[in-house]
Design a protein. Structure first.
Lengths: 192, 358
């Protein structure tokens, strides 16, 4: 059965020099439709795609991350060197940006968010986008407005609770803050 | 085998289907609730490439729909929209990374952000090679000879999609701007042409050539199912060489020893006219552009792509992210009635009932 599709696809490819990017397997597509719903449903609900590479950079910079940082373990350096694994486009090969979420891209994103957390904590309140709203108060408690600016939607009591719970369970306050920010950021921005 | 092949081909055709009976998926759609806060985040990321600011968040949280719509207007008026549309068209067209390639998506971004018709993408007689830098699009003309017809004559596109017979350019055109792979047309009645599978094209089977390459071959697959359309278009693209420069004579090779240049009779029998579709004869690149602009599928594809972009879907062709006609019917109608303004279409999409419900 699959051979038929391959043969059909080959119809236009017999006179081309190089293969185009792999096409979706029709059986996988059929399976996805059975699980996720028919197109008349899926086309009318939001999907979940990876944050585009450029958008991720904008997000990080706007929340206080230095994308030009030289330290190889900095969020900026990981971001700059991570374009291929973050699905960046390869126009030389006629490939657009891959916005499907995969394990490698998610892991790389989380690496970046984890490394970005200290910079975000230190800088977010001074960013014009966040209007002076810090993530934590002087007593080390999470603040809703700061979280809102980090995740891009108004923070709910659940967001604040999760943040405070992460702080409470951490070995120390600073580690707790980093973990809380990394977790909130990753959870909020897994889907663009 | 023939029945199976017909069924498979038919499955690829976006023919209207009878409405499905009410089911669990309708219930799920009905269960969605309006959330302008969530909608704002996605709209900001798409239209500006950035998260909403805290002030924007708080304004929409307090002001609801009017505040949300005001914010969408603001995003659409921002210079950041040019950047986002440029990136959108880079991805859509699979062209970018160098100035000569970037100018094609820059041209589409220019049309998308200004009060201009999207159909100029297929008809514009000049100004199709602008440059893009730092959210600014600077008008510019292409300098590759011949007439200018939107992106159809774009030097970067024609260079990047160079191939034997120029077929890759035609395939690019079909997939990017018509939102489907070849075959572009499928007859309601299949024809037995002696192969393992039937012929399902709309042109007469013998309307394409069988000389240098036998496009009428049926020994493995019926090549004419795709090539009946491709061969009626490709000769117009065959005048652009490997660098995308227009040449008076055909400038693309054939897959033969020594790679000789193609001839018109390699595509079509003598006397067979060029055509966009089986009932739309064209004479030159300009009339091809006009035919594409007049094809309802072109406007539908544009809206489907913008819809998928807004709704966080992967590519409509490569990712098989179908958008049924019913889903975007009102959007398409408004797009056509409003003169094919993408800028206006974006506002309608980002304020649509489906976009603001979760």
């Amino acid at each position: 059965m699959r051979a038929i599709f391959i043969v059909l696809a080959a119809c236009t490819g017999t006179v081309e020099y190089t293969p185009d990017p792999a096409q979706p397997d029709p059986f996988t597509t059929l399976e996805q439709q059975q699980e996720g719903g028919p197109p008349r449903y899926t086309s009318r609900v939001h999907g979940c795609v990876k944050m585009r590479y450029a958008t991720l950079g904008n997000l990080l910079a706007s929340r206080g991350v230095d994308l030009t940082a030289a330290d190889s373990l900095s969020a900026g350096a990981i971001y700059r060197g991570g374009e291929p694994s973050l699905g960046g486009p390869n126009f030389a090969a006629r490939e657009r940006e891959n916005i499907a979420i995969g394990l490698a891209t998610s892991a790389k994103q989380f690496d970046i968010f984890a490394q970005a957390a200290p910079e975000i904590i230190a800088s977010i309140a001074s960013r014009p986008e966040c209007a002076g709203a810090p993530l934590f108060d002087g007593a080390g408690r999470c603040l809703a407005r700061g979280i809102s600016c980090l995740i891009g939607v108004p923070a709910t009591p659940s967001h604040v609770d999760i943040c405070n719970l992460t702080l409470a369970r951490a070995a120390d306050v600073e580690s707790g803050k980093r973990l809380a920010v990394a977790v909130l950021t990753a959870a909020a921005h897994t889907c663009e | 085998m023939k029945a199976l092949a017909i069924a498979l081909l038919a499955a690829c055709t976006p023919d209207p289907v009878a409405p499905a009976a009410h089911d669990e998926w309708d219930d799920k759609l009905a269960d969605r609730v309006v959330d302008y806060n969530a909608a704002l985040r996605i709209a900001a990321l798409r239209l500006t490439g950035e998260l909403p600011t805290l002030a924007e968040l708080e304004a929409v949280a307090a002001g609801g729909q009017p505040a949300y719509e005001t914010q969408i207007h603001s995003y659409l008026a921002s210079p950041k929209l040019a950047r986002q549309m440029f990136l959108f068209w880079q991805d859509t067209m699979k062209l970018g990374g160098a100035p000569d390639l970037d100018s094609a998506p820059a041209f589409l971004a220019e049309l998308s952000t200004q009060d201009r018709s999207y159909l100029e993408a297929f008809t514009a007689p000049s100004g199709t090679c602008p440059s893009y830098q730092n959210m600014t699009i600077t008008p510019g003309d292409c300098a590759n000879g011949g007439v200018t017809v939107g992106v159809l004559t774009h030097p970067g596109m024609n260079a990047k999609m160079f191939s034997n017979f120029g077929f890759r350019r035609v395939r690019w055109l079909q997939e990017v701007f018509e939102c489907s792979k070849f075959p572009a047309e499928i007859a309601l009645t299949a024809t037995d042409v002696g192969g393992a599978t039937p012929y399902t094209g709309m042109f007469p089977f013998t309307s394409i050539a069988d000389s240098t390459v036998n496009f009428l071959d049926v020994s493995s697959v019926v090549c004419a199912n795709c090539h009946s359309n491709i061969n009626h278009i490709a000769p117009l693209f065959a005048h652009y060489d490997a660098n995308g420069q227009y040449q008076p004579d055909i400038a693309v090779p054939t897959p033969q020893p020594g790679s000789p240049l193609a001839k018109l009779t390699d595509y079509l029998p003598p006397g067979e006219p060029l055509a966009w579709r089986h009932d739309v004869v064209v004479g030159d690149m300009r009339s091809l552009g006009m035919a594409i602009a007049a094809d309802p599928a072109t406007a539908r594809c544009a809206i489907a792509r913008l819809w998928n972009w807004a709704m966080s879907k992967t590519d409509i062709v490569d990712g098989a992210q179908q958008v049924p006609a019913d889903t975007i019917a009102t959007q398409v109608d408004a797009f056509v009635a409003g003169g094919h303004r993408i800028h206006d279409a974006l506002f309608r999409i980002y304020t649509s009932d489906d976009f603001v419900r979760f």
